[in-house]
Design a protein around this ligand. Structure first.
Ligand code: AMO
Length: 419
């Protein structure tokens, strides 16, 4: 006998048999319970009267034919009811009637009873499981950095401001400054962290609170060492999901191909040329636009590449902390794109104190605002680099989600502050 708990997502009465589906803990697919009137008339009566959404536990035995197409089958007795809904559910948790994205976001916390929604959430956890496993095996230490900060690293326009007692403070856009400071003592660090960004636009690829896998490593020879870590990590994650989340991928109708390293590398200047050859107007000094990124994805797909690096971004398009090449025009910053979407950025950093101060000034910022960060560079910070890998963006591409909002349960965007 097993005790299983969950919520009714479907109920069917066939002759003297009641079949109910329970969304529970262990599996993504539901438990399919069969109650026979002849076996237990009283329980049968109780079951008959229960509505969709009821929270209950039952005792039962796995049916001989354990796995039906819908889920794991049990012959059940002894039901304990714990909570009944006060009114009919606003969404169909069985998945028969699909809901619009807006409704899905509003009621995601109950829709997660639906195997498809649950599969997305499970794969999200699986990606983090894989990332932690890979990084731990490769000597990276998990860290936590403050989310209430005095200065941002990614530009003032996207900072959320808040009052911190008598000081002005911000929500952290990225752990950039702090992960670099920790390089003063720990050669390999990573953080799984929210990014808060006050981007005002509403797109299918931006959130105002998103999550990233943020890595920093010391003693690098160039950004190549960092790109190696990133490509190995991404390949590990995708291959891990492929082998450990087969059932969820099948539910979501996703066919995931195995990924091999190394990934293709193209220089920023080459990418611009490729886009111009295709008749696209692009700037050679600014970051690639969303449209150009998408177009490049099509060009690269034709050449057989889903995952590719764009390297050597121009200094005019980057943050102050990236290392500049000797020519002063280009930097050691790269992006990793997956099927036409930027999923990560990173690069080698400027670790030389005086050059860093100069870079801050050149970007029109005040070195005094970064004193706490700059100080770390006085005590022996070796050449280092790292990256930020966007969790929801990665999920979008692994699962073919058409909107980033499908990848996170509680959405923070331009119009959503609840639930
Ligand atoms: P960047 O600003 O490119 O780099 O962010 C890193 C990655 O995070 C994801 N991302 C977002 N995802 C959804 N919505 C957003 N608003 C959003 N903003 C960022 C993207 C992006 O590639 N400090 C550097 C990283 C580094 O150099 O280590 C940084 O934050 O997938």
């Amino acid at each position: 006998m097993e005790r299983i708990c969950g919520w009714i997502i479907r109920k069917k009465l066939v002759g003297r048999v009641a079949i109910i589906e329970i969304s529970g803990d262990r599996y993504t697919k539901p438990y399919v319970l069969v109650f026979k009137k002849d076996r237990n008339p009283e329980e049968y009566e109780l079951i008959q009267g229960l509505s969709i959404g009821t929270a209950l536990c039952f005792e039962g035995e796995k049916a001989r034919e354990q796995k039906s197409r819908r889920g794991i089958e049990y012959v059940a007795d002894k039901v304990e009811v714990y909570a009944e809904p006060l009114k009919p559910l606003p969404v169909d948790t069985s998945g028969k009637v699909p809901a619009l994205l807006d409704t899905r976001i509003r009621y995601r916390y109950i829709l997660l009873r639906n195997p498809l929604e649950k599969a997305i959430l499970k794969i999200r956890a699986g990606i983090l499981e894989a990332a932690r496993e890979y990084l731990r095996k490769n000597g990276f230490l998990e860290i936590h950095t403050p989310k209430i900060v005095a200065a941002g690293a990614e530009g003032g326009a996207t900072l959320f401001q808040l009052q911190y007692f008598e000081h002005r403070a911000y929500l952290s856009q990225s752990p950039q400054l702090y992960k670099q400071m920790l390089i003063a003592s720990i050669p390999r660090v990573y953080e799984i962290t929210p990014y808060f960004r006050a981007e005002k636009f509403n797109t299918i690829r931006h959130l105002n609170e998103s999550w990233g896998i943020d890595v920093e490593q010391a003693f690098v020879k160039s950004e190549e060492d960092v790109m190696n870590t990133l490509e190995e990590l991404v390949a590990y994650i995708i291959n891990y999901v492929r082998t450990n989340y087969e059932e969820e991928l099948e539910l979501l109708n996703v066919e995931l191909k195995p990924v091999h390293t190394p990934f293709k590398r193209i220089k920023f200047a080459e990418a611009i040329e490729m886009l111009e050859t295709e008749g696209m107007k692009v700037s050679s000094t600014e970051d690639v636009t969303d449209a150009a990124e998408k177009k490049l994805g099509e060009i690269m797909a034709e050449k057989g590449y889903d995952l590719y690096f764009i390297t050597k971004f121009p200094w005019s398009s980057t943050g102050f902390y990236y290392m500049r090449e000797e020519d002063g025009i280009y930097t050691r910053k790269f992006d990793l794109d997956y099927k036409g979407l930027e999923i990560a950025s990173g690069g080698q950093r400027e670790h030389r104190y005086y050059k860093l101060v100069e870079a801050i000034r050149e970007k029109g910022l005040d070195p005094r605002d970064f004193e706490f960060y700059l100080e770390a560079f006085k005590y022996g910070i070796p050449p280092h680099g790292g990256f930020g890998l966007g969790l929801e963006r990665l999920m979008m591409k692994i699962l073919n989600l058409s909107n980033i909002r499908e990848a996170i349960v509680f959405v923070r965007d331009r119009t959503r502050l609840v639930p």
